[in-house]
Design a protein around this ligand. Structure first.
Ligand SMILES: Nc1ncnc2c1ncn2[C@@H]1O[C@H](COP(=O)(O)OP(=O)(O)OP(=O)(O)O)[C@@H](O)[C@H]1O
Length: 415
């Protein structure tokens, strides 16, 4: 479907952004481009819709060299989602979503119906959210509108440049899961740029791991993790050493995420509103004295307008609104067994997650709730730990060299 054939790009100032790229993306495949900042991911992506032209080599779309396709025609076949979303602030969500079909000359009623359909597909309610303006949405909801808009003209190819980069980790994970589900239905050919290895692993059918301007490995995520082809890739995914570091790295405050917090005596409608505002599917529940009680799902309570947004989560509907006390958080909250004190090791955190089959664990300082540790927080902590290990090793090596040169000097003086 998309083929890079010995593609290089050198900018006018002499910067070589990518060099000798050759790889192929099959129809309906989602390929993640991952690597550190400045390694050429965005340049690669922009060469597909001709925002950037290669210096040498060819990019082929369905066998045709895209240099021979009119850029406007080309971009009609390619949806584009970027981190800043780029919604028109003075247009409603529905108007934003139907922009491309309208530009393509589709009739208004048809475009509007399609836009409503797409908003539903990305988990937004066309009635509740469709009439709002972009600044009346949460960051996560805006990102979904960006995805809906890119799908509006039904392009076979989607380019996504750090599409979920601007939202917090919990929302990002939610959007990733939803986009993977959506992809099962729409089966677009997707190029997805990220610098987050975990996102690349979770999202990609295959992943292209970049070094500086070069492709280090192009493989299924399990291969990249299990059999890194170069030292660079091994270092980037940090596998084996990472596991060893788990048991010696403590959970710290900065590793934690902050989900919405509700109290046992709050009304469920208020709790769901707060979860919706933060684009979260669950909240941590604290009791009257601020101690951890458990958690509550956003689809557990009464379904006031829009409260079911994000439904399909873990919790069954237990609420019978209108009956005494039943619409309080207390009636719907679950106890949380998976928790650990601050300072325990990442290994203990990991095994607690496994023991309770939990997607996150609560972290306490004494009796005080501090936040939650998710797999991505755990991954961040691990990376930081590996990086600091590297710095210590370098410092030790430098000290040895200095000691060596001092000894050498002493020997010389003695001669
Ligand atoms: N217009 C330009 N002129 C000169 N150099 C450029 C230009 N655009 C990008 N570069 C350089 O090309 C290299 C690759 O940039 P690119 O944006 O493709 O990287 P990236 O992997 O997407 O980075 P990031 O993750 O930070 O977005 C970088 O060294 C960058 O500074």
């Amino acid at each position: 479907m998309i083929r890079f054939e010995q593609v290089s790009k050198r900018y006018a100032d002499g910067t070589v952004a990518v060099e000798d790229l050759t790889f192929q993306i099959a129809e309906g495949e989602l390929v993640t481009l991952v690597g550190p900042s400045g390694c050429g991911k965005t340049t690669t992506m922009k060469m597909v819709n001709r925002l950037i032209e290669p210096t040498s080599g060819q990019v082929l779309l369905d066998g045709a060299d895209i240099a021979t396709i009119d850029p406007v025609d080309l971009r009609r076949r390619i949806g584009y989602v970027i981190q800043q979303v780029g919604l028109f602030p003075h247009k409603t969500v529905l108007e934003n979503t139907e922009t491309v079909p309208r530009l393509l000359g589709h009739r208004r009623t048809r475009s509007r119906a399609r836009a409503a359909e797409l908003l539903e597909l990305v988990g937004l309610d066309p009635d509740a959210h469709g009439r709002r303006y972009p600044d009346q949405l949460s960051g996560g909801q805006r990102q979904r509108v960006g995805v809906a808009r890119a799908l509006a003209a039904d392009p076979p190819v989607l380019l996504m440049d750090e599409p979920f980069g601007a939202v917090d980790p919990l929302v990002r994970e939610h959007l990733q899961t939803e986009f993977r589900k959506l992809q099962e239905t729409v089966r677009k050919t997707v190029l997805f740029v990220t610098h987050d290895i975990e996102e690349a692993v979770r999202m990609g059918d295959r992943m292209a791991v970049y070094g500086a301007g070069r492709l280090e490995q192009f493989d299924a995520p399990s291969k990249v993790l299990g059999a890194p082809r170069t030292d660079y890739v091994a270092d980037f995914v940090g596998a084996d050493r990472g596991l060893k570091r788990l048991s010696v790295t403590p959970i710290e405050r900065r590793d934690l995420e902050q989900p919405p917090i509700v109290r046992l005596d709050d009304r469920m409608a208020e709790a769901t509103r707060r979860m919706r505002d933060q684009d979260a599917r669950w909240a941590v529940v604290l009791d009257g004295s601020g101690e951890l009680h458990g958690w509550v799902s956003s689809d557990a309570g009464p379904t006031e307008a829009g409260a079911a947004e994000g439904a399909g989560g873990a919790g069954p509907r237990q609420g019978r609104p209108g009956q005494d006390g039943e619409d309080s958080v207390r009636a719907h909250a679950r106890r949380m067994e998976a928790w650990l004190p601050l300072g325990h090791s990442l290994k203990q955190a990991f095994s607690t997650m496994l023991q309770y089959d939990a997607g996150w664990i609560a972290v306490l300082d004494g009796d005080r709730f501090e936040g939650v540790l998710t797999p991505s927080g755990l991954h961040e902590a691990l990376r930081r730990s590996i990086d600091s290990e590297q710095h210590v090793a370098e410092a030790e090596r430098a000290e040895m060299l200095l000691a060596g040169s001092a000894d050498g000097g002493a020997e010389k003086a003695a001669e």
